[in-house]
Design a protein around this ligand. Structure first.
Ligand code: PLP
Length: 369
């Protein structure tokens, strides 16, 4: 068996150690006589898996005590509706406004979905710049009394990442919750959860398998829902039932739990940040110094997780991808809306994978440049 280096944006590569352990435990988890997929979610065994996963995540991210960790379903896209349904009901007699900062394909989708539930104010958008930069907070035009302000802190498709945290108190809105889609860079570095009201993400980028959605929400935001909010997506109900109001995605939670333990063994999020920085510097460093390839995103906000790049001669794209595949460098084709190539280098991508990619970039440049 050979495992290639998989640069998929998501569902993405998982650590080989985690998959190995899951394979060993597939038929019989810790002497239970059954695998995790086959267990009652209310049984002692699975309850211990869930509790351990929550505790490990709380430790890794240093989640404060007044925040709840919810394991949900529906992905980040369902959460785009679940968020307004949970946050717009505080003053049910009014139609509220929510503010969105639009910095790429995913925040475009978020604001579009929210329009079904509220008025949306686009506080800033970089669409005119083809989403190649981030708007500084000084550029934002926030509304007077938004129910919340939404950002996407890593745009997986356009490769734009925040390395600063918006400050709504400084904007004169100290009581307005900041909501962030962190799907594609959560756990890649430490994050100060206390600066946010809600963070959320699908698991399939940097946490575990698809099917699990992580929501971390501050206590005081649990009970602001609109009456139409489905019970299974009502954060307060989910929190009161410890993510077990209905059957949770048990196997995905188990694998995510193994990933959390893997991260702890590797030294936690500070160690992951150092490794992710080294990987990104290696790749961007090569691309910056080459006249054969180019990148489009401004240097101060280019993502350490998703690296879109282009060949100057785009007629070579298919040859480039075929050669990459032959060398075991998989899923490098860029998203269709951006074109070119994209290398996603999440936590599970080792430095050797990025080194192998840079070696191939160099070799391809030499033979086709
Ligand atoms: C992948 C992704 C999504 C979509 O997630 P689903 O789980 O498919 O709903 C949303 N936002 C970001 C930033 C993503 O990377």
């Amino acid at each position: 068996m050979t495992r290639a280096f998989n640069f998929s944006a998501g569902p993405a590569a998982l650590p080989a150690e985690v998959l190995q352990q899951a394979a060993e435990e597939m038929l019989d988890w810790h002497g239970a006589g059954m695998g995790v997929m086959e267990m009652s979610h209310r049984g002692r065994e699975f309850m211990s898996i869930l509790a351990q996963a929550q505790a490990d995540l709380r430790e890794l991210l240093a989640v404060p005590d007044n925040y709840r960790i919810l394991f949900m379903q529906g992905g980040a896209l369902a959460e785009n509706a679940i968020i307004p349904m949970n946050l717009l009901g505080q003053r049910p007699d009014e139609r509220r406004t929510a503010d969105y900062v639009v910095t790429g394909a995913w925040s475009v989708k978020s604001q579009k979905e929210a329009r079904r539930y509220c008025d949306v104010n686009i506080a800033a958008s970089t669409e005119a710049d083809k989403f190649t930069r981030l708007p500084a907070q000084a550029e934002w035009r926030l509304s007077k009394d938004p129910a919340y302000v939404h950002v996407c802190t890593n745009e997986t498709i356009h490769g734009v990442e925040y390395f600063w945290t918006p400050d709504l108190a400084a904007a004169g809105l100290p009581d307005v919750p900041l909501v962030a889609d962190v799907s594609s860079h959560i756990l890649s570095r430490p994050l100060d959860v206390s600066r946010f009201g809600v963070i959320y993400g699908g698991a399939q980028k940097n946490i575990g398998p698809s099917g699990l959605t992580l929501v971390i929400v501050r206590d005081d935001l649990l009970d602001r829902s609109l009456p139409v909010c489905p019970t299974a997506f009502h954060w307060k109900t989910v929190a009161e039932n410890d993510s077990m109001y209905n059957t949770p995605p048990t196997y995905a939670i188990y694998i995510a739990g193994l990933v959390f333990q893997w991260l702890k063994r590797r030294g936690g999020l500070a160690a992951m940040e150092a490794q992710n920085k080294a990987k990104a510097e290696l790749l961007y460093g090569y691309l910056d110094n080459s006249g054969f390839y180019r990148t489009a995103v401004a240097k101060d906000c280019r993502s350490r997780m998703n690296v879109p790049f282009f060949l100057h001669d785009e007629t070579l794209n298919d040859v480039f991808l075929a050669g990459a595949r032959e060398r075991g460098l998989l899923q490098l084709k860029g998203h269709k809306s951006v074109g070119g190539m994209r290398a996603s280098i999440y936590n599970a991508m080792p430095l050797e994978g990025v080194t192998a990619l840079v070696d191939y970039l160099r070799e391809f440049e030499r033979s086709h440049g």
